[in-house]
Structure formats: C-alpha cells, structure tokens
Write a protein that binds this ligand. Structure first.
Ligand code: WAQ
Ligand code: MG
Length: 263
C-alpha cells in the first residue's frame, strides 16, 4: 500500500428522500485523505451530516475513492474581511466586487433576478456575456470535488494571518481557490444555506477572497453559489476540472509577498 496516495471522500445528506428523489438537501462535504486517516475522515463527514442546522438526514451517503491523477498544489487566495452592518449593505458590496472582478453590471442584475429560483446542492454556472445559466444541471448544479488543505499547513496560515481556524472558511477558501484558478472563472458569489451562518464572499483571481459579514438574514435557509464564467469553449473540460482535478492548497510564507498570488 502506497501511503502517499490519497482518497477523495465525499458525503451528501438529505431529508425525506435522496436528492435525486426530491429530498431536501441537508449537507454535503468533500476532503482528501490518506488510507491511514480514512476512518477519521469518514467520521468528520459523518459528524457534519448528523449535526446540521438544516435538519436531520433521512438519506446519507459517504463515498471513498482512490485518486489516480497527479495532484496540483495551489496557494490560497488572499483573504480580506469586509464588516457590514446590514444585509443590504453586504449585497451592495457583493455586486460592486463582482463588477470589479469583471462581471458586467447588467449581467450581475440578471443573475440576481434568477437567484430566488435556485435550489441545488451544487453551484450554478452563469455566462458573463448573456447572464444565462449554462450548466444544464437542473436540480443538482455542479459539485466541486477532489480538493483539500492539510491541517498543519492551514493552521500555520491561519496563525500567520491572525484569522480563526474556522472550518467553513477553510472549506470555502479551498473551493474558491480551486474554482478561481481556472481561466474561465471570472468570479464566484457565495453564501451558505445554513440558517445560522450569514457570512458569504465574492472571490476572483484579481480581488482574492473577499468575505462579507452579512449576505443574508439569520434564519434564512436559502444559500447561493454562482460561478460567473467566460468563453466556455470547452464546457466538458471546465466541468471535469471542477469535478475531477485533484487540488491541495499549500501555503508557503515566502510566496506570500506577491499580492496577486502569482508565482
Ligand atoms: N461544489 C459546488 N457547490 C457547493 C459545494 C461544492 N463542493 N459545496 C456547497 N455548494 C453549494 C451548495 O449549493 C450549497 O447549498 C451552497 O453552496 C452553500 O454551501 O466564513 O458554508 O457549504 O469565509 O453551506 C462562506 C463563508 C460559507 C465562509 C459558505 O456554504 C467564511 C458555506 P455551504
Ligand atoms: Mg451548507
């Protein structure tokens, strides 16, 4: 057994019925694990599914799968926290940041009109030229997978940046770093579907990971995750990058002086 090989471990949980049979999405999660840590990794995702503010699962699936492709390492996006006092202020800032990242203003407005219609367990892809949804995955959306950040390195990073070792921040920053690393991603907009978590973010290669402390009201179970994409000439390659390309986030202090994160 090669101890350096990693497994992709994925969890999804829903209420009433499985997702494909119309159940309500409760929780999902993905991480990379060595064979030795597999039991602990499965337990981490099991705990996440069983103790969720969206409810108790009636359907729960955890899957482990060896990774055969080479793993790519990426530096985390730079992180900034924007404190706002109201949801309205937070949402205005999110729209401003999306525009700064390169999404045309009218397309941001068009995307926002569609947000109330969505209820998916993955992400929605929106074309920045038409403002139309392009993923075609009606109820499912696109689920980004095969990514993680090893604990020691994450904790070292968090200490150096004086941010808390919040697992949500870790998961979201891993995902945003992977997604924004692809040249077709112009920006990401996200807030949680967990009723007690109001902080969300806008992320892109040029503005980094911009946390916004209020993007929805406490108690609201509607989440949002949109990837604004440009020129998806090869849609299948983009989707396969999101779902299949293994990524480990790796922070090196000496690479940190470059503000744009480029090496
Ligand atoms: N791939 C694609 N979409 C996903 C994934 C994934 N791996 N995981 C979650 N989503 C989608 C899905 O539609 C969820 O309903 C929605 O995103 C929200 O997911 O403090 O916790 O895991 O800096 O509830 C952001 C701020 C927190 C963290 C986001 O999202 C911080 C969060 P959640
Ligand atoms: Mg959630």
């Amino acid at each position: 057994m090669d101890q350096s090989r990693l497994y992709n471990v994925r969890m999804r949980a829903s209420e009433s019925a499985s997702h494909e049979n119309g159940g309500k999405h409760i929780s999902g999660g993905e991480l990379l694990s060595s064979y030795r840590d597999l039991r602990m990794s499965v337990n981490t995702l099991l705990d996440k599914a069983l103790n969720h503010s969206r409810g108790k699962p009636d359907f729960l699936q955890i899957q482990c799968e060896i990774i055969n492709q080479p793993i790519k390492r990426l530096s985390p996006l730079t992180v900034q926290t924007n404190d706002v006092t109201t949801v309205e202020e937070g949402q205005d800032l999110a729209r401003y940041l999306l525009e700064k990242a390169g999404v045309p203003k009218d397309m941001i407005a068009k995307a926002y009109k569609q947000i109330p219609e969505y209820s998916v367990r993955g992400a929605i892809l929106i074309d920045i030229h038409t403002g139309e949804r392009v993923d075609g995955r009606i109820d499912k959306g696109v689920r980004v997978s095969k990514m993680d950040w090893q604990r020691d390195n994450f904790e070292k990073w968090a200490k150096s940046k004086a941010v808390s070792t919040n697992p949500r921040l870790k998961e979201a920053l891993v995902l945003a770093t992977k997604v924004c690393n692809h040249k077709s991603t112009i920006a990401e907009l996200c807030w949680s579907d967990d009723p007690d978590y109001t902080t969300g973010y806008v992320a892109s290669k040029n503005i980094g990971y911009q946390r916004i402390t209020q993007l929805k009201h406490h108690g609201d179970e509607k989440g949002c995750r949109i990837f604004f994409v440009d020129s998806l000439s090869d849609f299948n390659i983009y989707i396969s990058y999101l779902e299949e390309q293994p990524i480990l986030i790796q922070w090196e202090e000496e690479h940190d002086t470059r503000v744009d994160g480029k090496k």
